[in-house]
Ligand binder design. Structure first.
Ligand SMILES: *Cc1c(COP(=O)(O)O)cnc(C)c1O
Length: 456
């Protein structure tokens, strides 16, 4: 019994630790103290000495509270080589978008209010004009993400009816976004046509009936079917849909607003291209190649967009003011294509020449080696291959360079990866061929890496 008496009460502990209360607040310190005192009593039951347990308490409590104060959502360095990494939050935003989002958070704004007339406005109006200008479409509507855009379009035009899709395009995008599942939730019956590798115009024509609500074309963004293949070109599919009087929707996924070949990248289908090819509706994401916050867009025929906007789901899937402000600022950057790569981080990273990245790697290698040597690791300059990510151009890689980190023992890459993940600013690389590879394509400055590693 006397061993327990060596432990302080919660109140005594709190009185002795005013600094912790200052830093973390009374309630969190009280809660943590209760847990630690419980653990100390348990230890005493199992034979520990009360005085020793009491002596450890302040230190353990401080460590508990410090650990609880660290957020998982702290900034990290994405050196995976995947520029649009879904698990790391996809696009990082342009300065202009960040400023607009901050302003929208800090003060009221005319979100659904017309500053000219003083009457009611529409939250989508801030983006519609820009989207129509940039895509050549008649109208646009904005949703929470592209999955929501696909869902609401299917529900609007396919509920209780059929949607025709090629078997070559029945995709899963990860995170359980499977086209057939989305269809059934939208109340749409899926009609598969063609085969995995070949679908012909007659396959679509034969499947059309008075039950058909829409034809869906899906950009097979995260895989590629090669070899003996045939798909119906979009303009031909548009003609088939027009002849039958059904809606043609083209889900582009990443959907770029500009031709990436201007920046030396492979051409990814553009939204304007899909509109010009005759799709009635085109859906795409805000945080993939577009380089903005999470959002989904549907652009296309005015009468169809109006129908979508009348769907009650629109309210459930709409965007908040912060992202609308960030998107508006992002889309404005596209009006000045000459400076787009300077201002839009996604494009800046994607278009960074390999030589420049290799020079950065050569500059950093000796400094990183010095920081790692005391921990038993080494760093060498190495070539690598970046990816766009988020399903864009899946089989295409972009030549890049970085640092190849090695150490003794087969588990060295895993051990180092874990160390780098636990840093105040975590560094995420990828393990490749017995080493931890840091692709420097997305490293904004040498300092960022050196500062992060200095905490090792
Ligand atoms: C990524 C993608 C989606 C889903 O878009 P989110 O913005 O992630 O919801 C839908 N369709 C295709 C073809 C995609 O590539």
């Amino acid at each position: 019994m006397s061993e327990y008496r060596a432990l302080p009460s919660v109140d005594q502990l709190l009185t002795a630790l005013p600094d912790l209360i200052d830093r973390h607040g009374r309630q969190p310190v009280t809660d943590a103290a209760r847990l630690r005192l419980d653990a100390a009593r348990q230890a005493i039951r199992e034979g520990a000495r009360g005085a020793a347990e009491a002596a450890r308490l302040p230190h353990l409590l401080a460590a508990d509270l410090a650990a609880a104060a660290v957020t998982q959502l702290r900034p990290i360095l994405n050196l995976t080589g995947t520029v649009l990494h879904t698990n790391l939050g996809r696009a990082i935003l342009a300065e202009e978008a960040i400023a607009a989002a901050s302003a929208a958070m800090a003060a009221p704004l005319a979100l659904e209010f017309d500053l000219t007339t003083g009457g009611r406005g529409q939250r989508d109006d801030h983006l519609r004009g820009l989207l129509c200008d940039l895509t050549g479409a008649e109208d646009a509507t904005i949703l929470n993400n592209n999955a929501a855009a696909v869902l609401i379009a299917l529900n609007t035009f396919g509920q209780g009816r059929e949607a025709i899709v090629s078997r070559g395009e029945l995709i899963e995008i990860g995170g359980a976004f499977r086209m057939p599942d989305i269809m059934s939730r939208a109340g749409t019956r899926l009609v598969e046509v063609g085969t995995t590798n070949r679908t012909h115009p007659r396959d679509y024509r034969d499947a059309i009936s008075d039950q058909t609500g829409l034809i869906l074309k899906v950009h097979t963004s995260n895989y590629r079917i090669e070899g003996f293949t045939a798909e119906v070109p979009a303009p031909d599919l548009a003609q088939i849909a027009r002849d039958a009087g059904v809606v043609l929707m083209n889900d582009l996924g990443a959907g770029s607003l500009v031709d990436l070949s201007h920046w030396g990248l492979r051409r990814e289908p553009t939204v304007a291209g899909a509109v010009a090819e005759g799709a009635d509706l085109v859906t795409f994401s805000g945080d993939k190649l577009l380089g903005g916050p999470q959002a989904g867009f549907i652009v296309g025929r005015r009468d169809l967009i109006a129908q979508i906007n009348r769907n009650p789901l629109k309210r459930a899937l709409r965007l908040d003011k912060i992202r609308i402000a960030a998107l508006e600022a992002t889309l404005r950057l596209y009006r000045d294509p000459d400076r787009l790569a300077e201002r839009l981080p996604v494009l800046r990273m994607l278009s960074r020449p390999k030589d420049e990245i290799a020079q950065q790697a050569a500059r950093l290698a000796p400094l990183v080696r010095d920081l790692l040597a005391p921990h038993g690791f080494d760093a060498q300059v190495a070539d690598c291959a970046s990816q766009i990510g988020s399903g864009a151009l899946p089989t295409d890689t972009i030549p890049s360079a970085g640092l190849r980190l090695t150490g003794a023992g087969g588990d060295a890459p895993d051990r180092l990866a874990a160390r780098l993940r636990s840093l105040p600013r975590p560094i995420i690389g990828h393990i490749h061929a017995g080493a931890l590879m840091l692709d420097l394509r997305c490293l904004a400055s040498d300092d960022q890496l050196l500062t992060a590693l200095a905490d090792l």
